[in-house]
Design a protein around this ligand. Sequence first.
Ligand SMILES: Cc1ncc(C[n+]2csc(CCOP(=O)(O)OP(=O)(O)O)c2C)c(N)n1
Length: 410
Amino acid sequence: MLQRCSNRLISDQERIFRFSRHWNLKYESSQACTTGKLQFTTPSQPIPIFQLLSHDGILSEEDCPRLNGNFTKDIGRRIMKTMVQQQTLDKILHDCQRQGRISFYLTSDGELASIVGSAAGLHPSDIIYGQYRESGALLYRGYPVEKMIAQCIGSVGDRACGRQMPIHYGSKEHNFHTISSPVGTQLTHAAGCGYGLAFEKKDNVCMCYFGEGTSSEGDFHAALNMSSTLHCQTLFFCRNNAFAISTPCVEQYAGNGIASYGASYGIPSIRVDGNDAVAVFMAVHEARALSIEKQSPVLIEAMTYRMGDHSTSDDSTKYRDTPEDALPDPIKRFERFLAGRSWWGTDETQKVCTEFRDEILQMLTKHEALPKPSDRTLLDHVYDIKPQHLIEQTAQICTKEIDFLRNPTT
Ligand SMILES: Cc1ncc(C[n+]2csc(CCOP(=O)(O)OP(=O)(O)O)c2C)c(N)n1
């Protein structure tokens, strides 16, 4: 039927097609806008996994002409060194927890290509919000291992004065926000940070790491919606490692993984092989450029596997078997790629590992011998300028401390 609209006759179909802009719906034509067929749809297409390295570390360059010039020998070597260092650190600190020397630990075994490859795809001035498994990104940025050890032990060398659980690192100098235990809080913070970057027209992005389990938090959806409608320069990087503690993906989502959420929020999205450091690097590198150019968030889903327990508070043998069809080891795969280009020598991995182990052991000895932060620091850093009531409470703590030192038995 034809109807009058602005003094012109248009069809019902045309009319609703024109009106659909009020709903911000983008139909290609009026014919595509309405249908007489009663049907329920699940419109998400299968999303392929972007991959550049074969499982043997052979590179297929034809699909990625922008690799050359962007992925350099120096970057490759630094990624490799950081992955080996983080793996070494994880092994030692995990064992330290088992020996009762630190209270808690959490490794990134199996996920290092995702974590370090993605950090390499950023600019050092980009801002990172981690979840808790991304120490490798901080290490890639040059954060001293001594500070990590001081934090895990909670010695006087810890900038947070021993108030945080181990692995809750943060460094203003390295543009890495302090880790916060409640999962998902980083997502909305990162959306706001990306909003600020876009508002100030900065050539930077905010990188936000999270696990696929955290996508079930309401904050995930709030952050995605906010960042797409407000055009935030935020990269949402999901480590889909197949488990959220004991919860497998099949209980986490019934749709097409995490990348498919992007489509519903109008966010450009990509799914990448998270055990292929080259593909992860390129995905983040290009996502960064897109985000800055278009003032848009980007969602990246890195497919990987958590090789170890969730943390030292977990025993994964209680709820899962080792998969028979295991993915290739991301470090060995990358090492083969580097060796194929003569960018990495045969004995270098062992050398990096040994040197770093010696440094770690030295730092452990040093910080275990150092005292713990004084109780007097308990109320420091809450405010920029300490208010009067906290000054008074600090004085009370000091008095109690002196009383105790004078007479420890009372
Ligand atoms: C708000 C909140 N709920 C629950 C927890 C307990 N918790 C800690 S880690 C975790 C699983 C998160 O899984 P995922 O996001 O997939 O990350 P992964 O540990 O696999 O890297 C849960 C439920 C928490 N820390 N915060």
